[in-house]
Write a protein that binds this ligand. Sequence first.
Ligand SMILES: Cc1ncc(COP(=O)(O)O)c(C=O)c1O
Length: 400
Amino acid sequence: MRDVSVDSLLRFSRYDLRELALIAGRTPFFAYSRETISGRIAQLRTIFPEAVHWYYSLKANPWGPIAQHLANHIDGLDVSSSSELKTAFSTGIAPEAITLTGPAKTDEEIVCAIASAMTISVESRHEIDRTIGLARQIGRPARVLLRVNPGFTLRGVGLRMGGVPRQFGIDQSDCPGALQAMASPWIHFRGLHIFWGSQCLNAETIIGAHEGCLTTTAELAPFFPSEPEVLNFGGGFGIPYADADTALDVSKVAKGMTAWLPRAERSWPKAKFVLELGRYFVGSAGIYVCRVIDKKSSRGETFLVTDGGMHHHLAASGNLGQVRRRNYPLIIGNRMDHARSEIVNITGCLCTPIDVLAHQVAVPPTEIGDYVVIFQSGAYARSASPNDFLGHPPPVEIMV
Ligand SMILES: Cc1ncc(COP(=O)(O)O)c(C=O)c1O
């Protein structure tokens, strides 16, 4: 690292940026804080009713060490591919607390789930029939949740997964028929999976979603083939990405749940109430660090060109489904005590103008060799990016 005062270095977990860079060996790298992840879960366990079962959705960050670390702290895992299935299985978490979710499941995935006694969240009538057929072939009933696309709609959710036409789950109006089709000796009915949305920062909206899930469950209960063991009411807990975002008030959501849970427990006494989160657990636990390779100006604008880019962090470049491009929070990690007096564009190293990590952002006077650190990078970053595009090396990942 260039000659910088130690005081001006970012500290992350118990290391400073100089030490982190030495541990990673090269840039770009992702660093994830074990302590932050455990702290997030501990915080939720303190304020929510004890009866809540917390599941981690591997799609947010499927890196093995993260899954393994989380498995020591949470109650279950949500997986959506054969690779995630194997990662989850290898953590040693109880198989019935691993849920295979997602459209277009392959026979291989369904068979793996049945053979290992995991739970399958079925997403269509055809998938119910296929699951019954595969369970019969293996000679072992499949543990199954019915994924419902609920009748209620919500406002203020970053990404709506239900209540609108979607490839996920079965429309609530078609669920009575689907539940009747599940009355088979090859299906062990476990309950409902209602994943209504993602990236929600409004506590009232989440409380409204939980009430919607309770109503949905009550409406479908007369058609259940047996008493539900699991009622998975989704997650949706968002994290702030832009300055204008306000952090979700989780204590308000907890208060809402404390109010409705006893009633729900009386109605469905055998059911475990599951909340399934991805980004809330890991998003703010990760940073992405890349290095300034060039500094140049073009038609009046300054460009910091880095060795990172959208092939590692598509979301930060605004190309992972953002409605309006917003910069991720970032700093120059070796100039912490300098005023942000320069306006720059920060780009990656790819040969495309969409490889922009920050547009017109204020930073301290920055030089070649400096370290750009992007926060909120623990979820939907490396694994949600086109790593092979242009053939640059993959980023290093470390957990500290
Ligand atoms: C079924 C399911 N569970 C969990 C999640 C995780 O969502 P988030 O990372 O926003 O908590 C998703 C995200 O798309 C999902 O589809």
